[in-house]
Structure formats: C-alpha cells, structure tokens
Design a protein. Structure first.
Length: 122
C-alpha cells in the first residue's frame, strides 16, 4: 500500500495483494520507519462506518471505509473512493482510496499492480 500526502489531501493506493488482505482480515497497514524509535503507520480498515473517513492517533493514520464498499472490490471495475471531511479550523481533508495501476509511461514498479485501464491490449 502506498500513502501520498499533499497539503490537505491523503491518498492510499492498494495493490491486488493489499485488497486480498483487506478482504480476508478487514485491514491492511504499512509502516514507514522515520528515525530510530519512531515510525509512521498507515492503515486502511473496512468498518461499520457510514462514509470514508480518517483519523490520527499517535503516529498512526487510520482510514476507515464502509465494509460494503470493499466487498468484492478486487474483481469489480470500480477504481476507488473519494470523500472530504472537516479537519477543523476551516480546513477540509480530501481522502482518496484507489487501486494501484501499472504505469503507462515507464516500467511497472509493482508486479502486483492492477493492469492500467488505458493500457494498449494485444
């Protein structure tokens, strides 16, 4: 799973393996080791929630997605989900959760990525 953060936007990209793990266990997470004794954990969990949302506790960012949204997601053509949530003080956080596709313009960096929908066939 990849995490991209830019200003008030957070994006998670999931490989096929990530989606299988999410389907089987209800969550997928990754850790970025920042310095000795400190790391950033980012997690996507399928939960009984009404909409896509994010929260931070300590050094863990958790994005929750409605369970029914991800049931069978690996096999369907739906690319992902987007939402915006109030972040306080006049800010809004844009959240995107999507499948990781092969790159069209350079060699794929993930053998587990989904085929890009715009890739030439044949």
């Amino acid at each position: 799973m990849k995490l991209r953060i830019h200003d008030d936007a957070l994006r998670l990209r999931l490989s096929r393996g990530d989606l299988r793990t999410l389907d089987q266990t209800g969550a997928v997470e990754a850790t970025t080791h920042v310095a000795p004794g400190s790391s950033l954990v980012y997690r996507l969990r399928a939960a009984d929630v009404p909409r896509l949302g994010a929260e931070v506790e300590g050094s863990t960012v958790t994005v929750s997605v409605p369970r029914e949204w991800v049931d069978g997601w690996e096999e369907d053509i739906h690319v992902g989900f987007e939402a915006t949530q109030d972040a306080g003080d006049g800010h809004a956080l844009a959240i995107t959760v999507e499948k990781e596709f092969d790159c069209l313009h350079r060699p794929a960096d993930a053998a587990d990525a989904f085929p890009h929908p715009d890739a030439p066939t044949g």
